[in-house]
Design a protein around this ligand. Structure first.
Ligand SMILES: [Mg+2]
Length: 157
């Protein structure tokens, strides 16, 4: 069976940009912590990144993403869907601050990525000894988490 490119659908308000309430078209909050790094990592995994928001795809929105280094494949698009499907983009994962799993919690990219790495990119014990995998603070932190898991499996179930 063919291996399809995985798609991740990412919300904008409360996920890429901080959000407390609607303040108008083209009024955006400051970037969320680690949004840029996490989305870059998903693209490194070869995933197709769709930003899906109730906001219109305005030039100001695209310029915000560009200015803050958020690299994506599409905005408000379900063009990757096969024919005979609706406007809901088909995805491996939706990342949304109003998704049920996170709805009453403060949205955290650290929590999201810790979970996604465990599900999709498990680092092997061998990777942990390969220093080229330890290039960023982000990766070192995750490597530390993984070592804790290996050392104390019962704590991480
Ligand atoms: Mg939102």
């Amino acid at each position: 069976m063919a291996e399809y490119q995985k798609t991740v659908v990412i919300d904008f308000d409360g996920v890429i940009a901080q959000y407390d309430k609607w303040r108008g078209v083209d009024v955006f909050g400051a970037p969320m912590k680690y949004a840029k790094e996490a989305i870059a990592e998903l693209r490194e995994w070869g995933w197709w990144v769709v930003i899906y928001t109730t906001r219109k795809k305005t030039p100001a929105l695209l310029s915000y993403l560009n200015r803050h280094g958020i690299r994506y494949n599409a905005v408000n698009s379900c063009d990757h869907n096969p024919p005979d499907t609706s406007n809901k983009p088909i995805a491996e994962v939706y990342i949304d601050d109003r998704g049920w799993w996170d709805v009453k919690r403060k949205f955290s990219w650290v929590r999201v990525m810790r979970r996604l790495r465990r599900l999709y990119q498990p680092l092997s014990a061998r990777d942990l000894t390969n220093s080229s995998k330890w290039s960023s603070r982000w990766t070192r932190f995750w490597g530390w988490c993984r070592q804790q898991e290996l050392a104390h499996p019962a704590m991480w179930t």
